[in-house]
Design a protein around this ligand. Structure first.
Ligand code: ADP
Ligand code: MG
Length: 677
């Protein structure tokens, strides 16, 4: 019956079937897997624990004759006094005249309704006719159209009765035993018809584990496949030459940089293809790690590519890499704005191997780019780099090692879910001598004082950023907004302070010139939209003022703030904001309280939820029916460990008990998409 269309259920006709179809419910089985999204627990509460206007269930004794009055057309009001503990309250029923006979003086009743604390009055929604046990847990379903939650409950009651026994177990016995989980069919039945809080909890636990375990198995499966099908990638290079380069750096690498490098070097040397995520907060020094990796790859006789999200960053990275490498390597940038002869020339030199390292935006992987021997691709700020781009590389027959770098600290929860198929290295400390950026939240009416503060920093010989927000509806308005701020600032700055305005619509050459002027301190105050958000590195800039800061998410504010505090001087970030919502105020507070990106990201995740964290498409997260990766974090860790264990012993292929799981995994189209090959 599981595979039969829903119309086999006697009460389901064409119309209902159509409505079910809108919820992707076609077969009886789909119906069984349409779980309630929440439950109403009619817990009986003492009056003093019920808040004003809360919906609650009470139990008491009828102590007065019910009074029925009619008003309007067919409207009625029934009232009666109920003794609850030592308090007599008034129960009011609208349009439920039929209950008059059920309210018998001296009898116990159970009522659910909205509590008015001041008038000691309960507006009753539900008069409970059954016993408490039977009534106490109400499943609530998501529904569409004319189909109500209650309607779905009835359909499911039928489906459970007729077919739940056909549901087969898919988890090996071992897990049911170890974690004391109910069988699949028991759990489904319990989810639809809970018998007690306790048993419902176990049923949910079972599906939480099942969902997370299968998800982690898929991730590990992809990871294993990607590792195994990659013979012959082993790179060998001279460690001494590399060591010499590291020794010549003007600073000692931090512990986090060293351990990440060790991971990366191992990947390069081993025969599997690298698929690694390097996470490190803004300013933690990822660029130098990337440089060392690129050099190693080059010493092994390969070309390398560094992909960045913006042209500004491409220029900047080309610059810093050229400086780092000196005449060791030839570094060139290739962006969309490089055209014509210059472009052809670069492409030719890439093709014949004259260029060792190319830095660029997405233009890098366009069709006409042909490498001589591409060994390593590093993708900076990977959250801006879609699955599509990764695929393009793969489709071009290029199978380089890939290192993704991100400064958006990813909450632990997300990094083992969305990036569960990648290896992860983390730089978890800042270079020595870095002072945390002091952050203040100022209301817009304090602007004068903010300007004074800004001037004070500039007078010390430091530089400043002023950030204007993006107003999403209109590019033109954004620019206008930035222009206004720019002009206002110009009118209050003394003439010796050089200012510049930067926004996304400027020609590439102009942007580049402005950034160079700022980097060389020919410009002291840079007014900009968020185009400077990522990667820009000017250590002499010690203050940033962010206009309308409440318009930004935490992650973005953190990114922006990361542009200051990059030198040894104390830096400041001032958030100009008049947030209207609690949420907005909370974000401003959090920003002033911590500079730790990981902490901020956990907050962000709490506030926004996992779907919005990266934007749904790129999060790579499936939609779980029962599990919630934030709430069920512990279960996720368990599931991940188990999944790794399964892969280590190749149980999916070797063990009969895992056959059903294997079929499930192989049937998922996402899997094929993510296996490089
Ligand atoms: P991000 O991780 O944000 O990309 P960068 O690589 O731009 O950070 O590094 C920020 C600054 O810190 C750069 O000026 C870089 O030269 C410097 N830096 C990197 N590593 C160290 C270190 N171990 N000690 C001191 N300074 C460092
Ligand atoms: Mg960087």
């Amino acid at each position: 019956m599981l595979n039969d269309p829903v119309t086999v259920i006697p009460s389901v006709g064409e119309k209902t079937a159509e409505q079910l179809e809108m919820m992707d419910i076609r077969k009886v089985e789909d119906l069984l897997f349409h779980f309630p999204f929440r439950y109403d627990f009619h817990e009986i509460k003492p009056l003093k624990e019920i808040a004003h206007e809360e919906i609650a269930t009470i139990e008491g004794t009828v102590v007065s004759e019910p009074q029925l009055s009619f008003f309007g057309r067919k409207k009625s009001r029934l009232t009666c006094t109920i003794q609850v503990g030592v308090v007599a309250i008034k129960a009011v029923f609208f349009n439920q005249a039929f209950l008059k006979d059920k309210l018998v003086r001296g009898e116990e009743v159970m009522l659910t309704g909205k509590w008015d604390m001041h008038r000691l009055q309960l507006t009753v929604h539900k008069f409970h006719t059954q016993t408490f046990e039977e009534e106490s847990i109400q499943p609530i379903y998501r529904s569409k159209g004319n189909l109500t939650s209650n309607g779905l409950k009835k359909l499911n009651a039928y489906a459970v009765k007729a077919s739940v026994d056909e549901i087969e177990e898919i988890l090996p016995d071992k897990y049911l035993k170890d974690y004391k989980l109910p069988s699949r069919s028991e759990a489904i039945k319990e989810l639809h018809q809970p018998t007690s809080k306790q048993t419902l909890k176990h049923a949910r636990r079972r599906f939480i584990f099942e969902e997370l375990f299968i998800f982690q198995l898929k991730m590990q499966w992809i990871r294993m496949k990607n590792k195994h099908q990659t013979e012959g990638f082993s790179k060998s290079f001279n460690d001494d030459q590399l060591g010499q380069f590291v020794k010549e750096l003007p600073f000692e690498l931090t512990k986090g940089q060293k351990s990440s490098l060790k991971d990366i070097m191992n990947d390069l040397k081993s025969s599997h293809r690298m698929n690694r995520l390097l996470q490190g907060d803004v300013g933690s020094g990822k660029t130098v790690v990337a440089a060392i990796a690129l050099l190693a790859n080059n010493l092994a006789g390969n070309q390398g590519a560094l992909m960045v999200p913006t042209e500004i960053l491409a220029e900047q990275h080309e610059h810093s890499l050229s400086e780092l490498f000196g005449d060791r390597l030839t570094v060139v940038s290739l962006t969309g704005s490089i055209k014509g002869k210059r472009r052809r020339e670069i492409l030719e030199r890439l093709g014949n191997g004259e260029i060792d390292i190319v830095v660029g935006t997405h233009a890098l992987i366009q069709d006409d780019t042909i490498f001589n021997q591409l060994g390593l691709v590093i993708v900076d700020e990977q959250h801006r780099f879609g699955v599509q781009q990764r695929k393009t590389l793969r489709d071009k027959g290029l199978n380089p090692d890939v290192l993704f770098m991100t400064a958006t600290p990813i909450p632990r929860t997300l990094s083992i879910t969305s990036f569960g198929d990648m290896d992860v290295s983390i730089i978890d400390e800042m270079p020595q001598g870095r002072l945390p950026v002091e952050t203040y939240w100022a209301k817009e009416n304090m602007i004068e004082r903010v300007y004074d503060f800004l001037m004070k920093e500039i007078n010390k010989g430091h530089q400043a950023y002023v950030i204007c927000p993006l107003i999403e509806e209109s590019d033109q308005l954004d620019i206008q907004n930035a222009v206004d701020v720019f002009e206002q600032l110009n009118s209050v700055m003394p003439p010796q302070v050089k200012t510049a305005l930067m926004h996304g619509r400027l020609p590439a050459q102009e942007k580049e010139d402005i950034m160079r002027d700022f980097a060389e301190n020919n410009v002291q105050l840079l007014v900009s939209t968020t185009v400077i958000e990522v990667g820009v590195n000017v250590p002499n800039a010690t203050i940033m003022v962010i206009y309308d800061a409440e318009r930004f998410g935490l992650a973005q504010l953190h990114q922006l703030r990361g542009r200051v505090g990059r030198g040894s001087e104390q830096s400041y970030c001032i958030l100009l904001a008049d947030p209207k919502t609690e949420n907005g105020k909370e974000r401003m507070r959090v920003m002033t309280e911590t500079t730790n990106g990981f902490e901020l990201s956990e907050h962000d995740l709490q506030i926004r939820g996992p779907g919005d964290f990266f934007g749904k498409k790129q999060s790579g997260l499936p939609e779980f029916k029962v599990a919630d990766i934030v709430e069920d974090y512990r279960a996720l860790e368990v599931a991940r460990k188990d999944a790794i264990e399964v892969m280590r012993h190749d149980r999916l292929t070797n063990d009969e008990d895992y056959k059903k799981l294997k079929q499930l995994i192989e049937a998922d189209p996402m899997i094929q998409e993510r296996i490089f090959d």
